[in-house]
Design a protein around this ligand. Structure first.
Ligand SMILES: [Zn+2]
Length: 434
């Protein structure tokens, strides 16, 4: 894809192109290095178990310092805030009829699950049994110390209404406190995708996707899950700036969340290479560049924590802003910057159409990315908290390539960073044009 793009560039442009290429390669190098570091076992998936995210925040602050940024919070790089979070820091084992399942590969623990330990009878139920209202209550009547196993493979003949009813019943099975049964196993053929929650719910849930598993043959569960709800954990954002040369009162803000899902049990961690070591690496590359090439406006760089659990780091920032939100000229949030076979997509592109058109024009002129796609508003990353308060903002992500997401496969080793250098160049030209 990119070779053919480069071939379109004329020989006249060759000299300047070759210097662009070498600096692009350097940017990509730094990007790879940062992604590898952030997604390594050292930072435990940048969650709350073993202070993974906090350890990563120290590394990010050190990079800011190296690049010549200035701390924004009364001499500190950090902005603390508080959240509650359900964690799985210790025991984790699931055996079905004496076959041990692999955590992260065969199953995930429902993010709001409480602790559970013991051997339990398993009672299989099907989606067909959940088609009617009230089915959840009926099915659990005589299941007091039993785990229900829901065979959750969606069948083609289900109507839309049936699917909605099944979904509602499944949610009741997971969360309804008036039902009295021990726990829920959900067997699915959909990709396992983890998340993180601020609360603990009434009963344990295990989501299983294992090819050779036959739900109808399973009768017994041996389980040990250690869950710990931390009522007041203190994560932190990392904030630095480079003072503007002409209009220091106005700011361009570049953000990326560095937190991810952390650990599930003692051994499994979610590396979050694409989500969002990659965006953090791009933000750090910008900090590196502008640290020695200050722009017209003051540039503020923010690495958010608490994104995965509900955009809580950016929420904390807008509630206690370290800069005047009204003086933000433009904010760009990078979340998922690690692929790019199909270019990038711009959330809020249709809202701030002139800025979007600028980006497209720059891309056409310099032939950097295969595509710059437009999208409307979406409250799916940290830009949202600023946008809700009237700050003009984009959230940009790369498209195409590896589909690993919120799972154990989102690793640095397999993340291509396909267009990283060119993506950087496009954004740098964009920021310089604002
Ligand atoms: Zn995420």
């Amino acid at each position: 894809m990119f070779n053919t793009l480069f071939k379109q560039v004329t020989i006249v442009a060759f000299l300047s192109l070759s210097s662009v290429l070498s600096s692009t390669a350097q940017v990509a190098d730094y990007g790879h290095k940062m992604v590898k570091k952030l997604a390594s076992a050292k930072y435990k998936g940048r969650g709350y178990v073993k202070d993974g995210a906090k350890k990563a925040s120290v590394m990010i602050a050190e990079e800011f310092e190296k690049h010549g940024l200035v701390p924004l919070n009364k001499g500190s790089w950090f902005q603390d805030f508080t959240l509650s979070v359900n964690t799985f820091p210790a025991a984790l084992s699931v055996k079905l009829d004496h076959t041990k399942l692999k955590p992260g590969v065969d199953y995930l623990v429902g993010a709001s699950s409480p602790s559970v330990k013991g051997t339990f009878k398993v009672l299989r139920i099907t989606r067909t049994q959940l088609r009617n209202a009230g089915a959840a209550a009926k099915l659990t009547l005589n299941a007091k110390d039993t785990f229900l196993l829901l065979d959750n493979k969606v069948r083609a003949e289900e109507s839309a209404e049936e699917r909605a009813q099944i979904k509602e019943n499944t949610e009741r099975l997971q969360y309804d406190e008036s039902l009295s049964f021990k726990g829920l196993l959900i067997c699915t053929d959909e990709k396992l995708t983890w998340t993180t929650e601020t609360f603990q719910s009434i009963r344990p849930v295990i989501i299983i996707n294992k090819k050779d598993l036959r739900p109808e043959n399973i009768h017994q569960l041996e389980i040990d899950v250690d869950a710990k709800l931390i009522a007041a954990y203190q994560p932190r954002n990392v904030v630095g700036m480079v003072k503007g040369t002409e209009v220091p009162d106005s700011t361009l803000v570049i953000t990326a969340h560095y937190d991810h899902l952390g650990m599930m049990g003692k051994k499994v961690y979610f590396p979050g290479a694409n989500d969002n070591a990659s965006g953090t690496a791009l933000m750090l590359s910008m900090a590196k560049y502008y640290g020695s090439h200050p722009g017209k406006y003051t540039m503020v760089f923010i690495a958010f924590s608490g994104e995965e659990i509900g955009l809580l780091g950016s929420q904390a920032f807008v509630e206690q802003p370290l800069i005047d939100l009204k003086k933000i000229k433009f904010l760009t949030n990078f979340d998922m910057a690690g692929t790019g076979e199909e270019g990038i997509r711009v959330v809020n592109g249709s809202i701030f159409r002139n800025r979007f058109d600028q980006l497209v024009q720059l891309n056409t002129r310099y032939q950097l990315l295969p595509k710059v796609d437009i999208r409307g508003e979406a409250c799916n990353s940290d830009h949202c908290r600023f946008y809700q308060r009237g700050v003009p903002s984009f959230f940009i992500y790369t498209q195409g390539g590896i589909k690993a997401y919120h799972d154990v496969y989102d690793r640095a080793k397999t993340l291509p960073l396909t267009v990283f250098g060119n993506y950087f160049t496009l954004m740098q030209k964009f920021f310089d044009q604002i």
